[in-house]
Design a protein around this ligand. Structure first.
Ligand code: NAD
Ligand code: ZN
Ligand code: ZN
Length: 378
């Protein structure tokens, strides 16, 4: 590639400060250093966690940054010591790394990794180091990925090489939302055949959780959202019943207990709201119910009565669906190519990177599932 070893000037949507629209800017992207890969981003989804950082988390040290962490692209060049990637490879950048060496990577019990921003910087949601500059200022790489840019640089421990025939404008969703919800049901909740499940929140993450429950053989999948326009999609992914909390004047957990003779076997919170997390827990049956936190928030404490757990319920959380990222994502891409995992049905809007603020607004108003933005030409 003619650009290898040189600084690339390209277009990116920069979040200069919290709660403000993103600004299309020309940024400079430094060449990859040892063990790093520079990626041309072809397509990216917009996930609620981008909106969380911009409008809710708003940590002052987390800006300026380039958001986006659900992308797919093509390797432009590699730094020294990189042996497993070549220019032209199709890849998905990963917001949690898999170094393969640390005690977490070596344990089959977790998908956490001690390397990268996700080891301890959940407040600012990026590493202090970055390969981006704009107008003479350092610009942070949100979740280590920054897919709202035509080019980005990622350490090889946070890049998955995927099947060469994978359509990047679809498999980008496996970089976050779909892998997250799907894995939360399969890997974290470990949904069982014949079980009754409840999924709270029917964005892409929740719908993917519905798909996971269905693929695990659940008999009843109760889909819960305050926005009834989401039920039609939920049906496509396997939901069998629908509940709108706004239609009831009693706690939603009580509604679910009545519907299920004492509570569901598995519940998944895919909203990011601590009150909903409590409802999801309380909707589970005593004795064996399992409730999984998938929605993202780090701002409020949650509360519940201890008897909920003493009586035998389990409350757990799931990051990236429990998938070890480098191992899991290429497999999920293959499952999509083999038609075991749906992706196309999540995409409600196709736009360009320059329309990113419109895509953000669609998510805020609840008028999309996933908007996929085309970023650089393939
Ligand atoms: N754990 C992880 O690794 C991980 C990864 C990706 C996203 N997330 C989080 O998952 C959550 C969902 O992401 P998304 O992209 O699908 O978001 P989204 O905004 O598309 O979907 C959220 C859905 O929740 C619904 N909702 C809001 N309040 C509700 C309530 N009180 N009861 C029921 N439904 C309600 C909304 O109507 C919407 O349909 C976010 O919190 C996101 O940050 C977590
Ligand atoms: Zn995400
Ligand atoms: Zn590791």
């Amino acid at each position: 590639m003619a650009t290898a070893g040189k600084v690339i000037k390209c277009r990116a949507a920069v979040a200069w400060e919290p709660s403000k629209p993103l600004v299309m800017e020309e940024i400079e992207v430094a060449p990859p250093q040892a063990h790093e890969i520079r990626i041309k981003i072809v397509a990216t989804g917009v996930c609620h966690t981008d909106l969380y950082h911009l409008f809710e988390g708003k940590h002052k040290d987390g800006f300026p940054c380039v958001l986006g962490h659900e992308g797919a692209g093509i390797v432009e060049s590699v730094g020294s010591e990189v042996t497993k990637f070549n220019p032209g490879d199709k890849v998905i950048p990963l917001f949690i790394s898999q170094c393969g060496q640390c005690r977490f990577c070596k344990s089959p019990k977790t998908n956490l990794c001690e390397k990268g921003w996700a080891s301890d910087r959940y407040d600012v949601m990026s590493e202090s180091d970055t390969r981006f500059t704009c107008k003479g200022k350092k610009v942070l790489q949100f979740m280590g990925t920054s897919t709202f840019s035509e080019y980005t640089v990622v350490n090889e421990i946070a890049v998955a090489k995927i099947h060469p025939s994978a359509p990047l404008d679809k498999v980008c969703l496996l970089g976050c939302g779909v892998a997250t919800g799907y894995g939360a049901a399969l890997n974290t909740a470990k949904v069982e055949p014949g079980s009754t499940c409840a999924v709270f929140g029917l964005g892409a993450v929740g719908l993917a959780a519905v798909m996971g429950c269905k693929n695990a053989g659940a008999k009843r999948i109760i889909a819960i959202d305050i926005n009834p326009t989401k039920y039609e999609k939920a049906k496509i992914f396997g939901a069998t019943e629908f509940v709108n909390p706004k239609d009831h004047n009693k706690p939603i957990s009580q509604v679910l207990h009545e519907m299920t003779n004492g509570g569901v076997d598995f519940s998944l919170e895919c909203v990011g709201n601590v009150a909903v997390m409590r409802s999801a827990l309380e909707s589970c049956v005593k004795g064996w119910g399992v409730s999984v936190l998938v929605g993202w928030t780090d701002m409020d404490d949650f509360a519940a009565r201890p008897i909920q757990l003493i009586a035998g319920r389990t409350w757990k959380g799931s990051l990236f669906g429990g998938f070890k990222s480098k191992d899991g994502v290429p497999k999920l891409v293959n499952e999509y190519l083999e038609k075991k995992v749906k992706l196309d049905e999540f995409v409600t809007h196709n736009m360009t990177l320059a329309q990113v603020n419109d895509a953000i607004q669609l998510m805020q108003t609840g008028d999309c599932i996933r908007s996929v933005l085309s970023v650089a030409l393939q």
